[in-house]
Design a protein around this ligand. Sequence first.
Ligand SMILES: [Zn+2]
Length: 184
Amino acid sequence: MDIEKIKAQVRVNQYVYTHHAEIERRADELTFAQVEEALLNGEILEQYPDTGRGESCLVVGFAEDVPIHAVCGWRGEKVALITVYIPRPPKLLTPGHEERGAMRKVQCNFCGRDRYEERRIEYLYSYKGEYLLVPNTPVEVCLNCGMVYYDAAVLKEIERRFFAIQHKAEKPDRYIEMPAMAYA
Ligand SMILES: [Zn+2]
């Protein structure tokens, strides 16, 4: 993959998060803005050949002084963020794969199939233990394995609203009460 092509698509919001990447982003307490910053100053560390699910590569970049790794693939013309995390030594490498003829259809980055459905879900944005529940969030779902793909523009707008509400610049539609009970 070509880093300049990746950056060009990221600059114009032509990228998606997989559900997997979104979970890792949350676990490492990164914002979408930090991940985007890292992608835009990133470079490719490793190229992974196509094994039937499309080619991918490992990008490393920085959000201020935080190093961020992102495994990127293609999802048609858009960049798919397959995983996103803060690297911690020792870095585990995936084993090499045999190469196969590349075709640029929109393949699921996890199972390799190419049939999807648009759905609306209740998305729960989370950053450092604070939450924003977002009913009616549009996503694409792989009909074969169920992997969920989130559009970057949608996620960034949700993150913008989250911080606007935190800083009292915007009001949410409503507040809800939620029971909580530890599994113990
Ligand atoms: Zn799939």
